[in-house]
Design a protein around this ligand. Structure first.
Ligand SMILES: [Zn+2]
Ligand SMILES: [Zn+2]
Length: 356
């Protein structure tokens, strides 16, 4: 195995400083990068240039190489090359491996529903912002054929040697591609994606409950480099209702009854969540604040409907006609309620004073 003269490959003196080596490497890497140089030998030259640079730019490796070069010991050179083989492989991996497509990120949003929408299902339009493929460059990041220039940070290998372990990592500037693109798309600045307000119609199935998560596949952020889009996840939260109060799967409602109904009992009609009328039989002697549970008439969730719990309140009329007043006074007397203010005939007296 003939010993390669890395100084000649980099076109520098054997006494060259680190800075001179770096400068020479960058110039030659740009010139011989196979992406920009059509010469069939460019790939091999580029490899050699990189091999030379990664040996001469490291103090320990350069000292070892200098000793071998002076002695002319080919066996030692072969051992040395075997020893650094893994390291060089790390550099070439950046060259061979094109960046993988990446799946777009998922988006998580909250969707607010009324009790009726959640119980009986609906179609809901959701507006949100997400990344989509740039319409100007169709996600490529550049318009027309890409004008590639060799990445100056990694010399085109797509890998940079950094950190205390001296191990080649993907170059952060060119994202491991080894080149930068000059004619970036002006709309997206080369990212290939733009933020856009999006609308999606989501079908809410009947019986959707608080905290349930609905998945809308493919409506998350767009993927990168042809990767598939993420998903949209909608977490359901229920708005408070002006009539019904939801407790678990049960619905609570207050219903006003008259005093005679409370005393004598009877049948009455109560409106359910869907507006349907439910006939309820009321026991004689119903107390104010007492409840009645109607099984299966509550919230119709996907795991079965809850109960409707009715709390009865006694309606107290705020305005009383003279006829009703008379009746109530009689009732009070019957019940022995002596404290009731009896004002019989007062209205009639007032009427006689006002000439009509
Ligand atoms: Zn780079
Ligand atoms: Zn674009």
């Amino acid at each position: 195995m003939a010993i390669k003269d890395y100084y000649r490959i980099l076109q520098v003196e054997r006494t060259a400083t680190k800075e001179e080596i770096k400068k020479a490497y960058r110039r030659l890497a740009r010139e011989w990068h196979p992406d920009v140089n059509p010469d069939p030998s460019a790939k091999e030259r580029f490899r050699e240039i990189n091999e030379a640079y990664h040996i001469l730019s490291d103090d320990a490796r350069r000292q070892e190489y200098d000793r071998i070069l002076q002695s002319g010991d080919e066996k030692k050179y072969r051992d040395f090359m075997e020893y650094i083989q893994e390291f060089l492989e790390g550099i070439w991996q950046g060259m061979r491996r094109a960046p993988k497509p990446r799946r777009g990120q998922d988006i998580r949003l909250r969707v607010e529903l009324t009790l009726e929408e959640a119980a009986f299902g609906t179609e809901k339009e959701v507006e949100y912002e997400r990344w989509i493929d740039c319409p100007h460059c169709r996600g490529l990041g550049h318009v027309g054929e890409p004008e590639k220039v060799v990445c100056h940070a990694c010399g085109g290998t797509g890998r940079r040697v950094s950190g205390i372990f001296n191990f080649p990592r993907p170059c952060s500037l060119c994202k491991g591609r080894g080149y930068l693109i000059k004619n970036l798309c002006p709309t997206c600045g080369g990212r290939g994606r733009v933020a856009k307000k999006s609308k999606v119609k989501v079908s809410i199935p009947p019986g959707t409950d608080e905290g349930e998560v609905l998945k809308v596949a493919g409506f998350g952020h767009t993927g990168e480099r042809g990767g598939e889009a993420g998903d949209l996840y909608l977490r359901v939260s229920l708005k408070p209702h002006h009539v019904f109060r939801k407790v678990g799967r049960d619905l609570h409602v207050e219903h006003f009854i008259s005093f005679p109904m409370a005393v004598l009992g009877g049948t009455l009609k109560i409106k359910g969540l869907g507006g349907e009328e439910i006939e309820v039989f009321l026991q004689p002697g119903t107390e104010c604040g007492s409840t009645k549970t109607l099984p299966g008439k509550g919230f119709p969730s996907s795991v079965g409907a809850g109960n409707l719990v009715v709390t009865f309140r006694i309606q107290v009329p705020k305005e009383v006609s003279s006829r009703l007043r008379g009746l109530l006074e009689k009732l009070a007397k019957e019940l022995g309620d002596e404290g009731v203010e009896v004002r019989a005939g007062l209205v009639e007296k007032l009427k006689s004073l006002i000439p009509l």
